[in-house]
Design a protein around this ligand. Structure first.
Ligand code: AP5
Length: 210
């Protein structure tokens, strides 16, 4: 199964991706996670990406396309993958299409997680992550257990200012992917409002119907 999750920042892509990859046994390829790992490691890529990420801007296409091409060429992605946060622009989607065609494989679906902007700021500013396990929490909707409550951290780009910029980047640069994948009969809209379990159920129902 080769699927993509798109949606605004904080829509729940990472939360849902973790559940779906476990269910279907496919690798979770998150460009956000890959970039954060590069920032943490202090690599050249990480240093370039950090500035864009903290300002809520997209990292340039050429940087990110090379990164994803390398990742999907790895053995564990040969039978399928879940791409989370990529593509985010039309040039990224076109580059992905070319890479898949070169391998003679096709996408199965692009799931759009829909959450209104009004809910996004609260979801993002309340997010916390366990640096040891990568588990995502929310101070109100999914609080971390007491024994790890003092080690969870907030992402540098989860500020109100950066969220506004990220939402603007989403509407301007990523939303055009909706008609792009609709025209290719790949787009599936999923209501991202509700409990995480309810959203997972909706996604699984769509995937089972493929
Ligand atoms: P990335 O990490 O991809 O960030 P994003 O798209 O902004 O998405 P988020 O990770 O913020 O949110 P999410 O949808 O995964 O939500 P989550 O499940 O965590 O990218 C970060 C940056 O990297 C970008 O801004 C850009 O600079 C760069 N970048 C990455 N990919 C790129 C690309 N392809 N091209 C260029 N640049 C790129 O949930 C959010 C919160 O809500 C959590 O606290 C969670 O517990 C809570 N929550 C989840 N579901 C629910 C629910 N149903 N109800 C209530 N709360 C919920």
């Amino acid at each position: 199964m080769r699927i993509i999750f798109i949606g605004p920042p904080g829509a729940g892509k990472g939360t849902q991706a973790a559940r779906i990859v476990e269910r279907y046994g496919i690798p979770h390829i998150s460009t956000g996670d890959m970039l954060r790992a590069a920032v943490k490691a202090g690599t050249e890529l990480g240093n370039t990406a950090k500035r864009y990420m903290n300002e809520g801007k997209l990292v340039p296409d050429d940087v990110i396309i090379g990164l994803v091409r390398e990742r999907i060429a790895q053995g564990d992605a040969s039978e399928g993958f879940l791409l989370d946060g990529f593509p985010r622009t039309i040039p990224q989607a076109e580059a992905l299409g070319m890479a898949l065609r070169a391998d003679d494989v096709e996408l199965d679906a692009v799931l759009l997680l829909e959450v209104p902007d009004a809910l996004i700021v609260e979801r993002i500013t309340g997010r916390r992550q366990d640096p040891e396990t990568g588990e995502i929490y929310h101070i109100r909707f999914n609080p971390p257990p007491d024994d790890i409550a003092d080690r969870v951290v907030q992402r540098d780009d989860d500020t109100v200012e950066a969220v506004k910029q990220r939402l603007e980047a989403y509407h301007r640069q990523t939303a055009p992917l909706v008609p792009f994948y609709q025209d290719r009969d790949l787009l599936i809209r999923v209501d991202g409002v509700g409990t995480p379990d309810e959203v997972t159920e909706r996604i699984v129902e769509e995937l089972e119907a493929l």
